[in-house]
Design a protein around this ligand. Structure first.
Ligand SMILES: [Ca+2]
Length: 563
């Protein structure tokens, strides 16, 4: 069926070449734009770029990034501002496309419409088809080189599958890729070293020692204020990328990665990971921690700022023993927490989150010279362009690193940051928006350590450095992901539309039962409760979802099946 559609589209293409193209187009006009590739824009041509507004950007026009793009490309750039909230940006665009005669900016950066909508818009002729650029190395070589500079074959394979998932081979978006090694760390756990010292306890090195440590924190007035009931031994968030305490504990029992919830056997059969005996053991352990008050019941609802307030008390003693989260999000500027907490060793499986890949940028039907817009995307994706997007003006806010220097991660430094406060203060150096690029090392993991750093900043980087090394060393020592782990599945827009509800139903059932087991509303040790949980999936379209997953797995990674 899809092949037929592609054939029909070809017929339409030929027809429209004969009639020629008109811009701007009316609503839902199926404008053919393919033939505009290769048209050279005149010198000094003005290119319009749609961007979300940002309160930190003083001026988008009189802006070092805008000027750099103009210098490099020879075009003039006019910024068209959109609402900053992603959802508002999306609806603004949707409305504009419905207005007859409305001229859209040549390039839209940052609305992240998602694969389904992007494909639908593309097939209506609203966006220019970009497979023709990705497939033509004359245009895209530098982008491919940047992608392949990432030392992660799984991810590169994923990006290729994702870009070219549609059977028709059509791509209607330019992805934002973020590969930040620090931010990928799923289990970022820190322990109160002062409490360990006060109670004469060693650093725990396995789950049984962890249990004993938490028990001691709970019972022995670990913060020494005379109140034996104000300690929270272990704190984290059940949701959120960096503080997932449930994932941390589960991975002490087996390999459980949210983005890869399937295993495949030698015959190519796939099965879910969340009702294995290993997972059940993990739930029994978490149920015990909560029952004994070692982990609070609010891990399911606690917000980032609530967690942060507990870790950075402004009066009185610390009350948190172990916490999970991203130090940049959890620790307040100047807080003593950087001197109190120490990165924990990783004894369970280290999990690396799936890097960011979003359908975030579009060249619109109204772009007379798509090559010019593509050129801007290539500039933004270059190493210098990516650093300019994230770190500001070269020579002012950052510069290339001194030879032989290292970053806090222990990796070779590529740049040195001259203006540490850029992203959080009013500036005319960048757009405070890292979309539309190949953002690598955005979390300072390639930033030269500075001897002028404050003691506080050094202490924070030291925590992060230990956490980074503990996790990546563990990831390497465990051999990465188990061989039978299924890579993230890549659905076409049609497949996604058919199955998302099944997936969401199954996931909701899992999330709600998991909470009941941990809170003790259901007993994970009770066989009847456990069987009810497993059987419950039958009423959540789980079998449909699994069939679809198996189909997609075979279509996408069939060459890997059975290995
Ligand atoms: Ca106390």
């Amino acid at each position: 069926m899809k092949k037929l559609l592609a054939l029909l589209l070809c017929v339409v293409m030929v027809a429209s070449v004969l009639v020629g193209c008109k811009t701007p187009a009316g609503p839902d006009d199926d404008v053919e734009t393919t033939t505009r590739k290769g048209l050279k824009a005149p010198d000094g041509y003005t290119l319009t770029i749609g961007l979300p507004v940002n309160a930190m950007v003083e001026d988008h026009q009189d802006n070092a990034l805008t000027k750099w793009l103009e210098e490099q490309s020879g075009y003039k750039i006019k910024i068209v501002k959109y609402q900053s909230a992603a959802v508002d940006y999306k609806s603004q665009i949707a409305t504009q496309f419905e207005v007859p005669g409305q001229r859209m900016p040549d390039l839209l950066i940052g609305p992240n419409l998602g694969h389904i909508t992007a494909t639908e818009y593309g097939q209506k002729g609203r966006f220019i088809e970009l497979g023709q650029y990705f497939n033509d190395k004359e245009y895209s070589q530098q982008w491919w080189d940047r992608l392949e500079s990432i030392d992660d074959e799984d991810f590169i394979t994923y990006v290729k599958k994702r870009l070219f998932v549609e059977e028709s081979g059509e791509v209607y978006y330019f992805p934002t890729i973020e590969y930040n090694m620090y931010d990928m760390i799923k289990h970022s756990a820190f322990i109160n070293q002062e409490w360990l010292d006060r109670l004469g306890l060693p650093m725990p090195t396995n789950k049984d020692e962890l249990y004993n440590t938490l028990k001691a924190f709970k019972e022995k007035d670990a913060n020494g204020n005379g109140d034996p009931s104000d300690e929270i031994p272990l704190l984290g968030m059940a949701t959120g990328a960096y503080g997932d305490v449930i994932s941390w504990i589960a991975n002490m029992f087996g390999y459980f990665e949210e983005a890869r919830p399937w295993r495949v056997d030698a015959e190519g059969n796939i099965s879910g990971i969340y009702w294995t005996e290993e997972y059940r053991e993990a739930l029994i352990f978490m149920n015990k921690l909560m029952k004994e008050g070692l982990i609070p019941a609010n891990i399911f609802t606690i917000t980032q700022s609530e967690l942060s307030n507990l870790v950075n008390p402004t009066v009185g003693e610390e009350t948190v023993g172990v916490w999970l989260g991203h130090p940049s999000l959890v620790i307040n500027e100047g807080s003593d927490a950087v001197y109190v907490y120490k990165a924990m060793p990783q004894w369970g499986y280290a999990i690396m989150s799936q890097p960011v890949f979003t359908a975030n940028c579009y060249i619109t039907r109204d772009c007379e010279y798509p090559d010019a817009a593509w050129e801007i995307l290539m500039l933004l994706s270059s190493q210098e362009g990516s650093y300019r997007l994230r770190y500001g003006d070269k020579g002012v806010d950052w510069d290339y690193a001194d030879p032989g220097t290292k970053a806090f991660t222990g990796l070779d430094a590529e740049i040195k940051v001259l203006n540490q406060t850029l992203y959080g203060s009013k500036n005319k150096s960048c757009w405070n928006n890292i979309s539309g690029a190949m953002g690598l090392a955005n979390e300072n993991e390639r930033t030269q350590l500075s001897e002028n750093d404050t003691a506080w900043n050094k202490a924070k980087l030291n925590m992060m450095s230990e956490c980074f090394k503990n996790n990546w060393n563990r990831f390497e020592a465990q051999g990465g992901r188990p061989a039978d782990t299924v890579m993230p599945l890549v659905f076409t827009a049609e497949e996604e539309k058919e199955c998302w509800q099944w997936r969401d139903n199954s996931k909701s059932w899992f999330i709600s039962c998991r909470a009941d087991f941990i809170k003790g509303i259901k007993d994970p040790s009770n066989d009847a409760h456990w069987q009810d949980y497993i059987k419950g999936f039958e009423t959540q379209n789980y079998e449909d979802w699994k069939e679809m997953a198996k189909h997609v797995y075979n279509m996408t990674y069939g060459d890997k099946a059975g290995k």
